[in-house]
Write a protein that binds this ligand. Structure first.
Ligand code: CA
Length: 224
């Protein structure tokens, strides 16, 4: 699943890209309306997250222009306001759904799932790496017919590792993406990685979380 994010608040745009990447999507950000429209017109995206208030060209104009040019990519509008008028105008212009800022990551993913499902895709429900699958709705990690439920933090750590495929993810990166600005330390990351290792072994997966000294973690596949 390939998502375009058009949002001029760079921190928010980058945060949305991270959320999507952690759910194994590809995501790219544009920071103004015209650049967003140009990218969206390529038709290369499965969904577009589009802010309403944008410099250059606002979100409603972007979606109107897309529909006028027969680009039917599902659009999720982001609005900072709760005014009904904003939503109605956005939906009238051709957006498929809207979401009011601020929002939580699961809500964003759920809405994108709904939009893309309507289109007939069933992506975003599950991510896979080698012999393991992670269900993004139930948080079950499975291998063959064995599965185990992951707690909230275990799920977040595992989905980031799986989204990174075989690339190394640093402890610091996991700490900031999963625990944010809380008091957690790198010990928390180590503890959750150790829970996940036990769970991977429990379901009989060949996937292991390897520690690379000073660098971080990555998923590797070990054959017997
Ligand atoms: Ca904005």
């Amino acid at each position: 699943m390939n998502v375009l994010v058009v949002e001029d608040e760079r921190n928010l745009a980058d945060a949305i890209v991270h959320i999507l990447e952690a759910a194994s999507c590809r995501a790219e950000a544009c920071y103004d309306g015209r650049a967003g429209l140009r990218a969206a017109l390529s038709g290369a995206y499965d969904a577009i997250v589009l802010d309403v208030m944008l410099p250059g060209m606002d979100g409603r104009e972007v979606v109107h222009e897309l529909r006028r040019k027969s680009v039917s990519t599902p659009v999720l509008l982001l609005t900072a306001r709760t005014s009904t008028e904003d939503k109605v105008e956005g939906l009238d212009a051709g957006a498929d759904d809207y979401m009011t800022k601020p929002f939580e990551a699961p809500e964003l993913l759920a809405r994108l799932r709904a939009l893309t499902r309507r289109k007939g895709d069933v992506m975003l429900d599950e991510v896979a790496f080698a012999d393991v699958r992670l269900d993004l709705t139930t948080h079950d990690l499975s291998c063959g017919d064995r599965s185990v439920h992951l707690s909230g933090k275990e799920f977040e750590v595992m989905s980031i590792l799986m989204a990174s495929s075989s690339r190394v993810v640093s402890k610091q990166d996991l700490l900031s993406r999963v625990w944010g600005a809380s008091e957690a330390s790198e010990n928390s990351v180590e503890a959750y990685v150790s829970f996940l290792r036990k769970k991977l072994a429990h379901i009989g997966s060949k996937v292991q979380i390897t520690t690379l000294r000073m660098l971080g973690y990555r998923l590797e596949v070990f054959s017997e």
